[in-house]
Design a protein. Structure first.
Ligand SMILES: Nc1ncnc2c1ncn2[C@@H]1O[C@H](COP(=O)(O)OP(=O)(O)OP(=O)(O)O)[C@@H](O)[C@H]1O
Ligand SMILES: [Mg+2]
Length: 286
């Protein structure tokens, strides 16, 4: 770190998160340190993947980066500016810069809200666009994520898991964010649908110059999507580096064991499916 303002869209310095776990009749309440001083930075248009075993602190870090939770200590910088949400909610400008996509799109979509309203809601809350403009933008975004204009008036339960994740991605993009934090966004989907959604995310990143923080426990997904990888274990970033360096020569014993458990065939299968779909899509006249 040079001390000068970096080109990073998001940067974390010494991020610590403690959770208070209430006691019971037999045990006193106690603090659990879920993150133990995490440093990272992600440049515009890049994807940082966060990998690690269950309970290692991935979602905890994702929620801090997405401005949902404030860290116990440490500094989060968005666009080079320190951000503090410990005493007040993020401003609409800041909120529009950072959006989150969760593993389970059904949980993050209101079942009683039609898809059109799901997409227009962030514009209602954060902008003063007139109704026609909101509708135009929502319809355009539906198309961008591979859905149809007639889906506008349907409810989330009328869609497949993959389509629902497309809706959640579309909603996250409505305010033109710079940064998307994605917590296991394809983990609940079938393999072939995973490939389609990863492909979509990759296209959207190119088109809008988006920066991604992508949480996954699946190394084949990480290998496809990541520029840089952070391996986290028990709240500590045990290894960080480019995807190439990490996959070619994992340094840390924990990383080696994590990698040893992942069959390479998964990676090849995903790559093949993604390539095949991309070719099919390019061959289809619009
Ligand atoms: N709200 C909370 N209150 C208390 N402890 C929590 C809370 N959220 C998470 N933890 C604890 O913090 C640690 C990190 O949890 P976290 O959810 O970040 O892990 P994760 O890496 O996302 O795991 P998974 O792969 O299972 O999603 C765990 O020990 C967990 O039990
Ligand atoms: Mg998690």
């Amino acid at each position: 770190m040079t001390g000068t303002k970096t080109a990073a869209v998001v940067e974390g310095r010494a991020i610590v998160q403690d959770y208070y776990v209430p006691g019971s009749m037999f045990a006193a309440g106690r603090e659990v340190r879920a993150l133990r001083g995490i440093d990272f930075s992600v440049e515009k248009g890049k994807t940082l993947a966060i990998v690690g075993e269950s309970g290692s602190g991935k979602s905890t870090l994702a929620r801090i980066i997405a401005l949902i939770d404030a860290p116990t200590s440490g500094t989060l910088l968005i666009d080079g500016e320190p951000v503090d949400i410990s005493s007040k909610r993020p401003s609409p400008v800041l909120r529009s810069k950072v959006q989150m996509v969760f593993q389970n799109p059904y949980g993050s979509l209101n079942p009683r809200q039609k898809v059109g309203n799901v997409l227009m809601e962030p514009l209602v809350i954060n902008t003063d666009f007139p109704a026609t403009e909101r509708r135009d933008r929502a319809e355009a975004m539906l198309k961008k994520v591979g859905l149809q204009p007639e889906h506008f008036n349907r409810y989330p339960h009328m869609f497949s898991g993959g389509q629902r994740q497309r809706i959640a991605i579309a909603r996250a993009l409505m305010l033109n964010p710079q940064l998307l934090v994605l917590d296991e966004p394809v983990s609940a989907l079938d393999l072939s649908v995973q490939a389609q959604v990863l492909n979509l995310l990759s296209d959207l990143q190119d088109e809008f110059g988006l920066t991604y923080v992508f949480v996954s426990h699946d190394l084949s997904v990480v290998r496809y999507i990541a520029d840089d990888v952070m391996v986290i274990s028990k709240g500590v970033a045990v290894e960080q580096g480019t995807r190439e360096a990490l996959f070619a020569d994992p340094q840390h014993a924990y990383t080696q064991s994590l990698f040893a458990a992942t069959p390479v065939t998964d990676v090849e299968a995903i790559r093949t499916r993604v390539a095949r779909r991309k070719a099919a899509r390019l061959a289809t006249p619009v």
